[in-house]
Design a protein around this ligand. Structure first.
Ligand SMILES: *Cc1c(COP(=O)(O)O)cnc(C)c1O
Length: 384
């Protein structure tokens, strides 16, 4: 592998971020302290929500949001087949049944008409996934939810700082869950957060993240806090630490700058790819502001399979990925829920030809030119 390997993505950690983490280490308060509270307050502003509860991951947050919303055995939850398995896994963890609804071919997000078709008397919630950082058709989804009395719990793992009709993701559904995993647009290493306007839901998530205790360590040990706590319901250990919060505060401050840089690089990709008819560049719908978490292209009569294309890029020192192997292709979901090939034709067709190219704020314009040049060379060889 060449030593100038260009990865798919890489986090941007500043010296200020590092200093803030060191400051926390020296403070003697590592978990659920002042910095976590500050981080939650700052994130609430970004998301335009009344409450924000930080947890150990987006997966943990989605699990707790479903439980807090009362989703359980006998319920069905509708989500997209084109997502990271965590989305479907948490539905199973809550004891409910995942129901998949096919996607739209333009933005690869869940198709509201397909959701509508899958609603049954057992449907309890819809979990839209904002694919690649581009918001779903939320007006249509919220209207379906209202009509059928369903909850909307968004998998916004990749959508921090994205907007739908000028409104921030985090302010739309009943609960929205974000990820701060190492490769997301802002990171705390591992981490996630649940935003909601529902005070009872927020309180329940906060309790369930910490064993189901009615009081957290902050209250317990603070001067005016009570010296005991009680379990109201057996919860989980899905903590967020002040170490994560200290990294997150700086990342959150720079999120807009990160997303703007991604947007500029994506525009450059689009301009340069215009001369390659075999490369279909991402469609961004006019009513949304994507945060460009991923730059996903689709091959069009390229004379080369997607997998061979990935291997050829790798030989040229360029990292890529496929987002995602559809949920209904995973053996567990096939066997347990009887999903099979052919069930979701749009997802299946688009999955075969999509590939994510490098995109991250530390990338230069020259890096983008290098990727496009490599793609052009690979496709050129096929044309001859
Ligand atoms: C990353 C991701 C997750 C999982 O987030 P974690 O914080 O790692 O739990 C869930 N859904 C989607 C769509 C993701 O991209």
């Amino acid at each position: 592998m060449p030593d100038d390997f260009l990865p798919l993505t890489r986090p941007d950690i500043s010296e200020d971020d590092i200093a803030e983490v060191v400051d926390t280490l020296r403070s003697g308060w590592l978990v659920y302290g002042g910095k976590t509270q500050r981080f939650e307050a700052e994130f609430r502003k970004l998301a335009g929500a009344e409450h924000a509860v930080a947890v150990s991951s987006c997966t943990a947050g989605m699990h707790l949001a479903l439980l807090a919303a009362g989703v359980g055995p006998g319920d069905e939850v509708i989500t997209s087949p084109l997502t990271f398995p965590a989305t479907a896994n948490v539905i199973v963890h809550a004891g409910a049944t995942p129901v998949l609804a096919d996607i739209c071919a333009d933005d690869l997000n869940i198709d509201p008409a397909e959701i509508e078709r899958r609603v049954t008397p057992r449907t309890k919630a819809i979990m839209p996934v904002h694919y690649a950082g581009q918001p779903c058709r939320m007006d249509e989804i919220l209207a379906i939810a209202r009509r059928h009395g369903l909850l909307v719990i968004e998998d916004a793992a990749t959508a921090a700082g994205a907007y739908y009709r000028g409104r921030p993701i985090g302010s739309l559904g009943d609960a929205t869950v974000f990820s701060f995993y190492a490769i997301k647009n802002m990171t705390t290493g591992e981490g996630g957060i649940v935003t909601t306007d529902d005070a009872a839901l927020a309180e329940k998530v906060a309790s369930l993240r910490n064993h189901g205790l009615d009081s957290n360590a902050w209250n317990r040990y603070a001067k005016e806090g009570q010296p005991f706590y009680t379990v109201t319901e057996p919860g989980f250990k899905y903590p967020f630490t002040d170490l994560q919060a200290s990294l997150g505060l700086g990342q959150l401050r720079r999120l807009r700058e990160f997303n703007e840089k991604r947007t500029r690089l994506a525009a450059l990709y689009g301009k340069l790819f215009a001369r390659l008819p075999e490369v279909e560049t991402p469609t961004v719908r006019p009513e949304v502001e994507s945060n460009w978490h991923l730059y996903v292209v689709r091959l069009r009569e390229a004379g080369i399979s997607r997998d061979a294309f990935i291997a050829a890029l790798r030989e040229r020192g360029i990292g890529t990925a496929v987002h995602y192997l559809p949920v209904h292709y995973h053996p567990y979901y096939r066997e347990r829920f009887g999903f099979g090939k052919g069930d979701y034709p749009v997802t299946e067709r688009e999955f075969e030809r999509l590939v994510s190219l490098p995109l991250f704020p530390l990338m230069s314009e020259a890096d983008v030119e290098r990727v496009v040049g490599a793609v052009e060379a690979i496709l050129g060889e096929k044309r001859r």
